[in-house]
Design a protein around this ligand. Structure first.
Ligand SMILES: [Fe+2]
Length: 316
């Protein structure tokens, strides 16, 4: 390993890491929420600014290409007013239970997502979310564009009653819970975009790690990026590989070591829960778990194309 901590490669790698403990939440990230305490939520930015349009110049975040990534915190009893985007947006719950609503002409379907469950909001589908649980909700939010257009609010307390806004545009008798067995195309559409951690198929790779597809073939339909949950048991690692698009590792559990290789030199960064590294296109990289417990991280790749990397286990 390159122990010259000041080498260009080591410095460049460090610049591509976002550490949760080094970030402060921004409680004023969403201008449309100003003056509405019921909409309070905060944002911690890792890649780009997501939907926070006034924060695109934040130098603490990494430069986005095919996706952004931030973490949103929503206190108990707060909600996010229904709105739509021109691209897909992934909500991965990290803590708590988030109630998500999709709206069709005054009718709303609700789904509750718990830890490691994901909802990929479809492009142009109005969606809102609220915390009616007992714990603060933490959600990783990914928008499938470097600089999305401002969200289009459909039911906001500025223009609609508090009750209608809380219910994302539906009268009480127009709200249904998601039914995954329904033949209603709206239920089917929403069900196709929700991945539940406990229900998603586990594929064991010959290199020794497990993969659950969240966005991509076998998961929710991709648009501009794919997303897999990787479980790397203690002691497992892969040999250096490259991609021609950017790729992020976002750690959920345990500790992983991310490595970069260039001209025979190697530099590494250890990443703990909610730490992230953005591997640039072309950069030769690898991951390994040399921690004390099994590790889980999201592997996010800036393309909708199927996986083409042939992972090989690190030589023992
Ligand atoms: Fe959204």
């Amino acid at each position: 390993m390159d122990t010259a901590v000041n080498s260009d490669l080591a410095q460049w790698m460090k610049k591509n890491v976002g550490r949760y403990a080094e970030k402060l939440p921004d409680w004023d990230a969403f201008p449309a929420s100003r003056g509405f305490p019921e909409l309070a939520r905060s944002q911690v930015r890792y890649i780009g600014a997501g939907g926070a349009h006034e924060k695109t110049g934040d130098t603490q975040t990494l430069t986005p290409d095919h996706f952004t990534l931030s973490v949103m915190q929503q206190p108990v009893g707060k909600y996010g007013a229904s709105h739509a985007h021109e691209c897909k947006e992934a909500f991965l719950v990290l803590d708590g239970v988030l109630t998500i609503g999709w709206e069709w002409d005054g009718e709303v379907i609700l789904a509750r997502c718990g830890p490691k469950d994901m909802c990929l909001h479809d492009a142009y589908r109005p969606h809102g979310f609220r915390n009616e649980g007992v714990d603060p909700v933490m959600v990783s939010v990914m928008v499938g564009k470097a600089r999305p257009l401002p969200p289009q609010y459909t039911y906001h307390p500025k223009t609609h009653s508090p009750e209608l806004s809380w219910n994302f545009g539906a009268q009480p008798d127009k709200i249904k819970m998601l039914d995954c067995d329904s033949i209603d195309p709206r239920h089917r559409n929403m069900a196709q975009h929700i991945v539940r951690y406990s229900q998603q198929r586990v594929e064991w790779h010959p290199a020794g790690f497990a993969k659950q597809v969240y966005i991509g073939e076998g998961g929710a339909p991709p648009e501009s990026f794919r997303k897999d949950l990787i479980t790397a048991p203690r002691g497992v690692g892969v040999q250096p590989y490259a991609r021609d698009t950017e790729e992020a590792y976002f750690v959920l559990e345990g500790v992983i070591t991310a490595g970069w290789e260039e001209n025979g030199r190697i530099v590494e960064q250890r990443l703990g829960p909610r730490d992230l590294i953005l591997n640039p296109p072309g950069q030769v990289r690898y991951f390994k778990n040399d921690g004390a417990t099994d590790a889980q991280f999201m592997m996010i790749v800036g393309t909708a194309k199927p996986e083409d990397v042939k992972f090989k286990a690190t030589a023992k």
